[in-house]
Design a protein around this ligand. Structure first.
Ligand code: ZN
Length: 670
């Protein structure tokens, strides 16, 4: 547990910069309300503006049906809605933070089922004036038992997604089950601060045929236990969003903000919810904001005492449930219930586990304790875990979240098998964990990527390494262009498919003898491919063997451009005057004995980014002092035998050859 706690603390530190921004935002809203609002109307409006014609056509169709339902009194019948929860997590253990437990999801489902069947305990609080309009929607939400491939499921998926701390509709690209068959609910760490919401969804009229419908929710607004809360607002948040999903608006208006006096002139298209301006995080049961008593207890208000739908809202939801607009009508059909395993007569069995595991950063150091986290789902009631760790101690484990020590540097396989009543499932990940040797630290860096074997972590002269992402091109050595010597490293995002990051790690550096200022300099060259180019280079530093990383510099597309900004549709090859120099300040790590730096690249639609001539400079560096301008550019460094070297070991005599022909003999003293 201690290790898990330290992991969480570290994650928090990791996100310090980002969190600061969020902190400002949340504090702003918390100061007034203590709760995040719903993001639906704002997001719907944005989609509407992208394609008003489609939205208005869909809305007109749905409105005509809604009118029919408004004016009829019908016998309602129970309908079942198949649901899948997609948990998008940052890799921590199941049941901690955004990687919420199965129990929390089941709690959320049971609250939704109470709310949609007028069985919620707090319904008793409804004031007499609204008792006679309480609506019973008669919807039952059931976790899917069969997935879109026809396989057994518990209706919960768990996927590692680094963007879950600032989630938006990109979540739907990570995992999505056909929205004509399932109500998708994506649970995230938090929603992007530009949306600033507890949760959001889209009304059925939104988007064309390929639009992905569903609900995105911050984990802290899911259910009443775990990271959720038993407060009225929080525990009913999903019911509010499902209300929108079935075409309800906020009680005060279609699109405007809560609390505006102008809301009295707007409508939510439901007859028995009186005109109001809307309340936020308060519960004034006698509020008459537009001249009549407000229904502040309505689930579609932001009050702190929501507990009911009205009969008019039930009619409006019923209309959307019977319309092809947004395909809500497909969800509850008998054949869909059988296909998703949610038919009341379907007898489910335990599933084979879907195996997943994670170790933060994918790297560790020899001799260090390394925490592995199980991220499997469909594990059933009493799974047994069996891990193997070739090269590790222990070499196998039955723990759910074991701790392993690797004594020797290298890259190792890891496997996990889970046995339950359905049988045994396993996953073997080849070359899963990269174990660095932090004691093999070097005391200088001058790297211009001249060695054509670069990088080879196993070669003690080239202990750089690259975190590869399968299926995407990553950092590569090239002789196409360079600012120094005859080679450089390059990468481009043109064919990137996801939000993967590609990392070039330096060796561990001993900064013991470096007084401030200590800087890591590098040359770079970059061009945009087109107006869609969106790239990011981040440079991060770690002094704890990669457990935590501190960002020291980030260069986005516009910062990276070195060719004046023109688009290059063919391969960008920089000319000598298209290179620029940048540095990272390492002062906080001056005197540290084992510091590692990473160049992390991500993006889309870009042309090549080249980097070259990475070198460390400090006040009292015995080498490569900043006199390079006077001497011209450093061309290469060779040893006594004339071999080119890039890593400087102590007491070794080296020759520095400069562009203007100058040769200097130097030696690292300590
Ligand atoms: Zn809302």
């Amino acid at each position: 547990m201690e290790k898990i706690l330290s992991y969480l603390v570290n994650s928090l530190r990791n996100l310090a910069t980002y969190s600061f921004f969020i902190f400002l935002f949340i504090n702003f809203t918390h100061a007034q309300n203590n709760i995040l609002p719903c993001g639906t109307s704002w997001m719907v409006k944005k989609e509407f503006e992208k394609n008003p014609d489609v939205f208005l056509k869909n809305k007109a169709t749905l409105d005509s049906i809604s009118k029919l339902y408004n004016n009829s009194s019908r016998m309602l019948s129970q309908k079942v809605i198949p649901v899948v929860f997609h948990i998008l997590h940052e890799g921590g253990p199941i049941g901690v933070a955004e990687n919420i437990s199965k129990a929390q999801i089941e709690d959320a489902i049971s609250i939704m089922n109470e709310d949609f069947n007028a069985e919620n305990e707090d319904l008793i609080n409804v004031i007499p004036e609204f008792e006679n309009v309480i609506g019973d929607v008669q919807l039952t939400f059931t976790l899917a038992k069969i997935d879109p491939d026809g396989n057994c499921t518990e209706g919960i998926t768990r996927t590692y997604w680094p963007e879950t701390g600032s989630a938006d509709d990109d979540a739907k690209q990570v995992i999505f089950w056909d929205d004509e068959s399932y109500l998708n609910i994506w649970v995230v760490k938090s929603i992007d601060s530009s949306i600033g919401a507890a949760a959001y969804t889209y009304v059925p009229a939104t988007g064309g045929p390929n639009f992905k419908h569903g609900i995105i929710a911050n984990n802290e607004y899911v259910g009443s236990i775990g990271t959720g809360s038993n407060s009225s607002y929080v525990k009913h948040t999903l019911s509010h969003e499902v209300g929108h999903f079935f075409n309800l608006e906020h009680t005060w208006a279609e699109w405007s903000e809560v609390g505006l006096s102008t809301n009295c002139n707007e409508d939510d298209f439901v007859n028995d919810t009186p005109n109001c301006i809307g309340s936020y995080s308060s519960c004034n049961l006698s509020s008459e904001s537009c001249g009549s008593l407000d229904n502040v207890q309505n689930f579609m208000d932001y009050s702190s005492c929501t507990c009911m739908f009205t009969a008019g809202q039930v009619n409006r939801m019923e209309a959307s449930l019977n319309s092809n607009v947004g395909a809500r009508v497909d969800l509850w059909q008998d054949d869909n219930l059988w296909e998703t395993g949610t038919h009341p007569s379907y007898e489910s069995e335990e599933c084979l586990a879907s195996i997943g595991f994670y170790v933060p950063n994918g790297t560790t150091c020899s001799g260090e304790e390394t925490q592995f986290f199980n991220n499997s789902y469909n594990v059933g009631e009493s799974p047994t875990y069996y891990w193997t760790f070739p090269g590790g101690t222990p070499s196998n484990s039955n723990e759910e979240n074991p701790i392993v020590v690797y004594n020797n540097p290298g890259i190792y396989n890891v496997s996990l098998s889970i046995t339950n009543n359905a049988g045994n499932a396993y996953l073997i990940e080849d070359n899963y964990i990269n174990v660095f040797d932090q004691n093999n630290n070097i005391s200088e860096i001058v790297e211009s990527f001249e060695n054509n074997n670069f990088p080879q972590q196993s070669d003690s002269d080239l202990p750089w390494s690259i975190l590869d992402q399968e299926t995407e091109t990553t950092w590569n050595r090239t002789e196409t262009a360079y600012s120094q010597g005859s080679a450089s490293m390059r990468i481009r995002s043109r064919f990137f498919s996801g939000e993967n990051v590609h990392i070039l790690y330096t060796p561990f550096i001993n900064l013991n003898s470096f007084d401030t200022p200590v800087r890591l300099y590098f040359d770079y060259a970059y061009a945009k491919r087109n107006s869609q180019s969106d790239d990011l280079l981040r440079i991060l530093v770690s002094n704890d063997c990669g457990v935590t990383w501190t960002e020291r510099k980030d260069l986005d597309t516009d910062n990276l451009v070195t060719n004046g900004g023109s688009y290059i549709s063919t391969t960008f090859v920089p000319s000598s005057n298209q290179w620029e120099e940048e540095y990272v300040n390492l002062n906080p790590w001056s005197g540290e004995s084992s510091v590692q730096i990473q160049f992390e690249f991500s993006g889309e639609d870009g042309n090549y980014l080249y980097i070259d001539n990475i070198r460390l400079q400090s006040q009292n560096s015995n080498l490569i002092n900043s006199a390079s301008e006077a001497k011209g550019k450093l061309l290469k460094v060779i040893d006594l035998l004339g071999r080119e070297v890039s890593i400087f070991t102590k007491n070794k005599i080296l020759f520095f050859i400069y562009e203007n022909g100058l040769v200097e003999q130097k030696q690292v003293i300590d």
